[in-house]
Design a binder for this molecule. Sequence first.
Ligand code: PGA
Ligand code: ZN
Length: 423
Amino acid sequence: MPKITHVWSREILDSRGIPTMETALQLDDGNSAVASVPSGASTGSFEAHELRDGDVKRYLGKGVLKAVANVTTVIGPKIVGLEVANQTALDKTLIDLDGTANKEKLGANAILSVSLAVLRAASSSQRYPLYAWVAALAQQFGIPPVRLKVPTPIFNMINGGLHGAGNLDFQEFFIIPSSAVIYSRALQIGAEIYHKIKDSLARRGAIHSVGDEGGYAPNLFTNLDALSILVEASRESGFNVGNDLFLGLDVAANNFYRDGKYSIRDRSAPLDRDSFLTFYNNLNDQYHLAIMEDPLFEDDWEGWSRITANFAGKALIVGDDLLVTNPARVERGIKEKAANAILVKPNQIGTVSETLQVIKMSREAGWKIIVSHRSGETNDTSIADFAVGIGADYVKFGAPARGERVAKYNRLLAIETELAAKK
Ligand code: PGA
Ligand code: ZN
């Protein structure tokens, strides 16, 4: 059984030009692997702790040299000599070494960089494609096996909130190609519409610079205007909304919630929860959204249960900031029927094993699973393999543009070809 012989880590930059880290492992069978970690901007308060140096003389305080040192001097010596294929035991070592509930001692970034490097190194050593190794691990975790296929992509075409340079309150405006088409066709549909959206925005004189996830970041009068632009661009591309593709939102409602009220440019006065729920009903009469992520504040459990009941059978109510890929919050969400789908982001919890545990719980509850990147990314494509391996229903990797986003979408093209050849 191959064992770890060396562990390295270093500070690198993410897609926003902010430091993150990558960790490399060497095994005694000659295999090696490198993995890097992403970083969020619109983070939920209950996410695991991302350790940053706070030294304002370097990278505005955002350096990660402490997290890097935790990998090389604290974690490294404890995992050298361990069997790389035993992800569960390795992750448990990392969790125990940290010893805190939210991984604040060593940093979830430090821990995940090692957990992901272990995953990658084990797959190389076993001569498995990464997605197939993830599928094998998922089975070990008791996740029922599914026929491997590439999930349906959710494209974030217009970026608002904390990701956009424009004035929109809602964070992400989605185009979701129908799950009836194969992935390569879905990617083509997404890319064609992406370019038409630029034309639509240019005609209105709205700026069309792009936001953190590669979607356009325009100035518009209302959030609903962005949805009407998605409809217009889809039609001009020759696609039918409600048939070829669907619309969705990541509202990321935390970002405009203050003192129990939601302030959005579509309404002159702030809305309380009941009025915001009515707003969603009216919005859906018009746009029939297929997916609504984080429609309410991250700790309004009762509101979440109400909106999930309101849209049962009609839309996916997706918990991102609500659930933060955390087993305890997912357990509560299932009990209170506070969502019917989950956004899975490994860096919200910090290890591959805990992420698999959350996926198992979500699957057993009958929830749909969306595997997601972060707004600050690297060119690491492990998340694409991970999504295929666990049998995700959807992936959310941003717009079909910008290197760190298309690295993942392109990796899915390669997996699609490989899976087709195996049939
Ligand atoms: P984040 O945004 O990576 O900035 O948290 C992604 C999301 O909210 O889905
Ligand atoms: Zn989100």
